[in-house]
Design a protein around this ligand. Sequence first.
Ligand code: AMP
Length: 273
Amino acid sequence: MKIITDKQELQNITKNTTQTIGFVPTMGALHEGHISLIKKAREENELVIVSIFVNPTQFLAGEDFDKYPKKDVADKKICELAGVDILFMPNISMMYGIDEVTIKAPQTRGFILDGFKRPGHFDGVLQIVLKLFNLVQPTNAYFGRKDAQQVILIKQMVENLFLPINVIDCPLIRDNDGLALSSRNAYLTSEEKTEALKISKSLQNATKLIVAGNFDINQIKKAMEETMEGIDIEYIEIVSKDLNQLKIIELKNTIILVAVKIGTTRLIDNIWI
Ligand code: AMP
């Protein structure tokens, strides 16, 4: 595995290769969720590139940018074992200049759900993903459904800007107890972790109701609120796969999303129905 910190060096390779490139952008502190994306990229491409970059522009003032978990040594080992060919680890000045051209997330879909709670977050996400896409020039780019709104907006960007890239959404990976894997789980105490299990429980309960034939969005939201009693819920939303409001559950076209605060840690989870 080659570790590259310089964008020119990366571009020299990606510009001159005829191989198919599978790309997995991450912010590091890698876990099984990330590894599942890397494995899929490994299966489907000749060259696999992973990036690790904690992108400052997607964090709002007061968020956890400064304390975001950093595990470079373990991450390098994980990538090596997962068969990554190139690990790109740039620093901030390598990726950003001053007074830059920026891009804006779409005015509606980029500013609902997480974009409502974190206004501007998706501007930063799209900015860095576009920069990384331009450096890597991937054939296929892999994103987790864990960040449902993110992958939907990235697909939209690719479509709107005519980028010649396939964006592939990959299943959300959970631990044995059902907790959605996230680098931010490292912030949780063991009591908070137990509390956090209510999140996936609520999504499981919602699924059970739907399987039993209940397609009523308000009833499902209410049942989820009850399962998450005691938790500071930011939102429970039920939308279509292109983030539009739904009147009732539509099988194969519904995402149920949850965002909560457990202590000071913000967690998101979702299920695609
Ligand atoms: P992050 O490092 O949190 O920016 O995530 C990098 C990529 O990994 C994104 O496409 C995430 O959606 C994906 N990812 C993070 N957690 C999971 C998970 N539990 N299951 C599947 N994909 C995940």
